[in-house]
Ligand binder design. Structure first.
Ligand SMILES: [Ca+2]
Ligand SMILES: [Ca+2]
Ligand SMILES: [Ca+2]
Ligand SMILES: [Ca+2]
Length: 587
């Protein structure tokens, strides 16, 4: 593995020194490829900062001809995601895969598990899983498994036993009942809150099922449950899983979307156990990283609750910046929120989570399997889709690309419509979930129609991810937001904030602060300065103080140009400029 990486580095370096400027990736991608001083810049650090791809296995690729996506289909199509060669640009370049649940389950989505140690029949066998791990390892892809611990299926053997105990009139702290949440009086239901379901065949027993009748909530403070969770973690990390995506985090030990002491205790226990086990298994191989099993939690709540859960030693999805038409990343691109405001709040978010955990990494996204497809929040406009990709992919953190997002997939309404078949555009297409009723067409095209097209959404995603891989300080860096003062000179946003006070609006200081998002990222002595222009017109920006920087790359959502000379950055509408200190580059 190490040898392969060095070979890739050498060939990328050779291409950069001998070939004309657009050798690594042309088209709408990098306009300039300055030669790095240090060939290290092409080594993708093998740490827990990753570019993740969320995949609904059922809707991705089929390996056995039944039309349902499965693990073998995923494994056999990994070259589309990462071909294992860092010098090629024909793959997306991701290095982490979040697989939505794959454990045995009666449902199409599998968020209700009956056996945590088995692969669901529809998705294949344990041999298929082992093959997938092997293929991911060849490509340095971390596999992240969706783990649903808040509840099991009501067909889980434990719950079937618990129901029998209730029907026999046992007390609520009986062996299996105590592994779930049971009450035996209407009064107790009211005290505890949450959604309670009647146990069939009993007069006065109820169980907690916050999400559904078929999803009984586990009692996560029960010792037998915790011992079983340790076994599950041991089993899957032993099989090669490197990270868990954790479902319904705030619901674990509370009947609301709240950060509570009980939740904090449970998740800290869980994440510390995973990281310690990960260090035992992977520490020798991946020497010196801080989080060997760095999990990510689904805290679908406000920013302050999301932040608080970073205190439990895991990442969390940045819901305040994703999942919305009007706020966050999409809001900036759609011009509903100022660029300087989003970078200022992202800097603040990063500061806050690093104060809770020095190893914290944000998890940014535009949409996931529970949201309308992000292409729809950009009105299916190709340029807006690309600009939306650029702002979150080039922000600090682990971005999560929802499968199909990179080709502008659409789908909204009921859950099944948000999880439609991936559009390969060839015989690899699988069947969509049976209850999907989405009537829109995949107008923006397929992998086939986009893969060799210079201005396609897919090519743009490849180029943006390439930048993440080429400049590791983007994902890992400490962010500082910038804004323009009333004279049009760039300053740290915090300096302008000090002048305008907490309620002041950057856009009133200078209207450039609306279309322009500018920030630096610093990591391990490396620095990068990134500027986005999502405005309708080109911008001429005064980067006073940046004379020792050089333009090293750009992204163009709709053509145009980017140039930097005498501290003046000229950017066409819809472009991104990436600058680095000249001291980090060969003259
Ligand atoms: Ca299949
Ligand atoms: Ca490649
Ligand atoms: Ca099943
Ligand atoms: Ca719960």
């Amino acid at each position: 593995m190490k040898l392969k990486k060095i070979a890739a580095v050498v060939s990328a370096f050779a291409a950069a020194t001998t070939a004309p400027l657009c050798a690594v990736g042309c088209g709408d991608g990098e306009a300039v490829n300055a030669t790095p001083k240090n060939t290290d810049e092409y080594i993708i650090p093998q740490d827990y900062c990753r570019t993740y791809y969320e995949v609904f296995v059922r809707s991705f690729a089929d390996g056995n001809g039944d039309g349902i996506g499965d693990l073998r289909g995923l494994a056999d199509n990994l070259d589309y995601l990462n071909d294992g060669d860092d010098s090629t640009m024909t793959d997306l370049g991701i290095n982490g895969i979040w697989m939505m649940p794959i454990n045995m389950s009666p449902s199409y989505h599998k968020y209700d598990v009956t056996d945590y140690y088995q692969i669901d029949d529809e998705y294949g066998t344990m041999e298929d899983f082992d093959y997938l791990v092997e293929e991911c390892n060849k490509r340095d892809i971390w596999l992240q498994m969706d783990l649903v611990l808040n509840h099991t299926s009501n067909q889980h053997p434990w719950f079937l036993e618990a129901v029998k105990e209730a029907q026999a009139g046992n007390p609520v702290d009986s062996k299996f009942m105590s592994r779930y949440e049971f009450v035996a009086s209407a009064e107790d239901k009211a005290t505890k809150g949450g959604t309670w379901r009647k146990v069939p065949g009993t007069a006065d027993y109820w169980y907690l099922g916050n999400f559904s009748e078929s999803m009984p909530d586990l009692n996560l403070s029960n010792r037998a449950v915790r011992a079983e969770i340790e076994k599950i973690v041991d089993f899957w990390l032993g099989k090669g899983i490197r990270s868990f995506r954790l479902d319904a985090v705030p619901w674990a030990c509370a009947n609301t979307t709240a950060y509570t002491e009980e939740n904090a205790e449970f998740w800290t226990w869980f994440n510390e156990y995973c990281n310690q086990k990960g260090a035992e298994l992977f520490g020798k191989e991946d020497d010196g990283i801080n989080a060997y099993c760095y999990n990510v939690g689904e805290v679908w709540a406000n920013d302050s609750t999301v932040k608080a859960f970073f205190g439990t030693k895991m990442s969390n999805f940045n819901y305040g910046f994703g999942d919305s038409h009007k706020n966050g990343f999409a809001g900036y691109v759609n011009d509903w929120k100022a660029g300087a405001t989003i970078t200022e709040s992202l800097e603040q978010m990063q500061n806050d989570v690093l104060a809770l955990d020095e190893n914290a990494i944000l998890s940014n996204f535009l949409s996931n399997h529970d949201n309308d497809r992000s292409a729809e929040s950009f009105d299916m406009d190709k340029s807006l889709i690309k600009m939306g990709a650029a702002i979150y992919l080039l922000s600090p953190g682990n971005p999560y690309i929802y499968y199909g997002e990179e080709i502008g997939a659409v789908g909204s309404g009921r859950d099944e419509n948000k999880r439609l078949a991936f559009n390969w555009g060839d015989k690899r297409n699988v069947k969509s979930p049976i209850d999907a009723d989405y009537e829109g067409k995949q107008k923006l095209g397929s992998v086939k129609s986009q893969k060799n097209v210079a201005d396609s959404i897919l090519t743009y995603y490849r180029n943006a991810i390439k930048l993440r891989n080429r400049f590791p300080e983007i994902g890992r860096g400490r962010m500082t937001a910038y804004a323009f003062n009333s004279d049009g000179v760039i300053k740290k946003a915090s300096e302008i904030r000090a002048e305008i006070g907490s309620s002041g609006a950057f856009s009133e200081v200078n209207r450039l602060n609306k279309p322009i998002a500018a920030y630096s990222l610093e990591w391990n002595g490396r620095k990068v300065f990134i500027v986005h222009n999502v405005g309708a017109s080109s911008a001429s920006l005064n980067l006073s103080g940046f004379s020792d920087y050089q333009l090293v790359a750009s992204l163009k959502a709709k053509g145009g140009s980017v140039s930097f000379k005498n501290e003046s950055l000229n950017m066409s509408s819809g472009t991104v400029a990436v600058l680095k200190p000249k001291t980090e580059l060969i003259k």
